[in-house]
Design a protein around this ligand. Sequence first.
Ligand code: SF4
Length: 351
Amino acid sequence: MSDQGTMKRDANDYLTYYNASGKVRTFSGIQPSGEVHIGNYLGAISNWVKFLDDYDCFFCIVDHHATTIAYDPARMPARVFDAAVANIAAGLDPERCVIFVQSEVPEHTELAWVFNTVTPFGDLSRMTQFKQKSQQHEENINVGLFTYPVLQAADILLYKASAVPVGEDQVQHIELAREIARKFNTRYGDVFPECQAHLTPAKRIMGLDGENKMSKSLGNTIGLLEEPESIWKKLGPAKTDERRKRKTDPGVPEDCNVYTSYHSYFSSPEDLSWIQEGCTTAGIGCLQCKKRLFKNMLAVLDPIREKATGLRARPDFVHEVLSAGAERCRGIAAEVIEEARTAMGLHRNRV
Ligand code: SF4
């Protein structure tokens, strides 16, 4: 079945793809990281859910990207399954979006090669994430880590996605993807849209240490599906405003990670006012404040955890969602890669 839409310039003069129903397509990559944490939820997934009604949404579990750092192959299938479960439970309704696994659509890597040939080496050298990852994984600075943004561009543009919901740390990669599309189009004709980053409202979600972005590798996370008892064990000792050495010492909520990173997302305006008043006057203690946070967190996380438990009890359903997603994507990918090959003259029978 053809999935052909049209490409035209949007109000901002970006070449944009509209699907056959006139919707702009979005693409988001989900790392099969082994644990989806609340930083992923607040910083990405909860924002993606808002796109479901108005956009043609594609969510890809990017297992090829995950292989750029050392990993245990025996664990990868479970990581992919867990990522699917967590994201569906968190709101990626398979009835309203496509969810699939990157390696099940081989055209991603073919298009990445094509894009390698139009991407300036210097542009890739400037990618901040590559510099950070090379420092984190000094023992394994592979070429895949370097060309990661090229595969990311291929992921997006293989579906002609024009809107890419990302956090601030990914904006540089999306700008590069747009440049890659322009370079390809200039050389071979307009095939790919000029994708744009749609910044998520949530900024960097800090970890429990209050010093670094929440990250599994730093051990400062609260898991999206973590049991309440375990969450409370982590919240109890979480760092607060240093001024509050004793309960009678007033504090400043804006200088407290518990407030800025978590209360601000999970708690109501009424609760935030209660904390402002109580913290600055030493009217409440940190434990009391954390208990309110815990209650508010569970109001959001309990239904997600329960849905995930239900999905785990139906693994066939999860696999069917991923298989159907890959089939739909292979159909689109075959058409787009054919368009790219034709534009590039990669057809001996057309001479
Ligand atoms: S009362 Fe709440 S906002 Fe104030 S320092 Fe303690 S945990 Fe942070």
